[in-house]
Design a protein around this ligand. Sequence first.
Ligand code: PAF
Length: 271
Amino acid sequence: MRTEADPGRLQAQVLAWRAEGLRVGFVPTMGFLHAGHTSLMDLAATRCDRLVVSIFVNPMQFGPGEDLDVYPRDPQGDAAKCAAHGCDLLFTPEAFYPQDFSTRVILGGITDRLCGARRPGHFEGVTTVVARLFGVVQPHVAVFGEKDYQQLAVIRRMVRDLAMPIEILGGELIRDHDGLALSSRNKYLSAANRERALTLHRALYAMRVTEDRNVERLLDVGRDVLDVDRIDYLEIVDTSSLEPLTTMDRPARALVAAFLGKTRLIDNVAL
Ligand code: PAF
């Protein structure tokens, strides 16, 4: 595995591969990699000849007071995991944006709800960095986790709207042995809060198995199970538009975001 910090040199390598007719896969990450990330690499590796993984903690997608300064990092451990999961080229840019970078990619509608409504500017930061990463990396296929379900939907929409010739794949949400959705932010949880965090997936699964398909009553089932300091949102939405549903008349997904102390966790399941 080669590691490259310079966007120009990385792109030159990818273009050389493309010129040889090789299919390039891409997994963008912010590092502190866990089994959720490596499962995305494993999936990407089945769909490409050369795999690029990026590690860049993107300041643009963090709001004031969020955890940018303390976001966990483990460069050596990350590199070992990438090498073990089929990565050919690890992209670790230090200064990823040119000094006078002035472009923003902003999607309306789909970013106005859920995490987008609660974290102003977050998806603008995500779509801007991912658009630039796509420009640099030039992948044929890119993989994003279903754990960040809204992010996956937003990226699919951006790629469709801007006619980017990139196949977007969703990688399955990976859970710990006790059901907690894997997240780099789980590291912030005290033992007691980690135990309470288990109620996120328990709430979602209780909703999934409830026979009564009335949306309001399903949301009550979820709220009754949640033991958190604050529910940021608990919603049942259309699987692809992410519009809130009032009746369960089409494929639906339940999404939750909640705070335990200062830590904000998200989770989702198909209903
Ligand atoms: O999901 C993430 O880790 C980030 O939002 C991403 C897609 C790497 C963009 O910074």
